[in-house]
Design a protein around this ligand. Structure first.
Ligand code: ADP
Ligand code: MG
Length: 225
């Protein structure tokens, strides 16, 4: 296990997230069928398969680029392959994380927390959702906050990522009783209550995948076995 975020860790994280989305594709789609248009699973799966394809196709030179450049590539790939609301929103998350991460080869827990905070602010700037609007922000914002708090306490990367995923899980579960105020689900008004938000669910998967894989020291161009 590493205590810094490296390109190898990022690659392992993105592969783990893609695998989780592929595994839970139907569940994400069912959640979106209840309060949206039943495409969140297929949207995210298409995007993450494209991201995994990009990772595999990186030349050794490109594979050696900094953390920020890799994150920006992920963001651009998601924007261009995922339709609907989620594409530009997840795109903003990764693009703004990439901008904040800069071109260092590895990031400390504190630097990683700063990057994640910037990414979540990017999602909010694009989608204008606040906490409690029943969107991915309800998982992402508490996750970013928990990560920053963990970094401030000097926790190891692995412990910080675990706390981050727990906060995302709580935020995701808390979306169930909420009435949606943003996105397609808001068209349902009160009828959106009683269903877990699909985007908050995929955001939890993202943070859960980080807890599983981001602290790994797999080489950048190979999946973790
Ligand atoms: P679409 O709604 O266009 O079909 P998806 O189904 O892929 O796109 O994604 C739906 C998810 O996007 C929602 O569950 C919600 O979490 C998220 N979302 C929608 N609008 C916003 C917004 N303005 N800000 C943040 N997240 C949003
Ligand atoms: Mg949808």
């Amino acid at each position: 296990m590493r205590d810094t975020v490296t390109q190898g860790g990022l690659t392992a994280w993105l592969r783990a997230f893609a695998a989780a989305v592929a595994r839970d594709r139907e569940e994400l789609t069912d959640l979106d069928a209840a309060i949206g248009d039943a495409d969140h699973g297929s949207n995210m799966d298409r995007g993450m398969q494209a991201v995994v394809g990009k990772l595999g196709g990186l030349s050794p030179d490109e594979a050696g680029v900094g953390v920020g450049a890799l994150l920006k590539t992920v963001g651009m790939t998601l924007v261009s392959t995922v339709g609907g609301a989620a594409g530009p929103l997840y795109g903003s998350l990764f693009l703004d994380m990439g901008k904040a991460a800069g071109e260092d080869a590895e990031l400390t827990v504190a630097q990683w927390a700063t990057a994640v905070e910037a990414g979540v602010r990017g999602v909010q700037a694009r989608g204008k959702a606040e906490l409690g609007d029943k969107t991915m922000i309800d998982a992402l914002a508490p996750a970013a906050e928990a990560l920053s708090a963990a970094a401030a306490c000097g926790l190891s990367l692995a412990d910080a990522l675990r706390r981050t995923a727990e906060a995302a899980a709580q935020g995701m579960k808390a979306t169930t009783p909420l009435v949606a105020r943003k996105g397609r689900a808001s068209y349902l008004g009160e009828r959106s209550a009683g269903h877990q938000d699909p985007g908050a669910t995929s955001s939890w998967l993202l943070m859960q995948a980080a807890a599983e894989a981001l602290a790994s020291d797999a080489p950048p161009d190979r999946p973790r076995t």
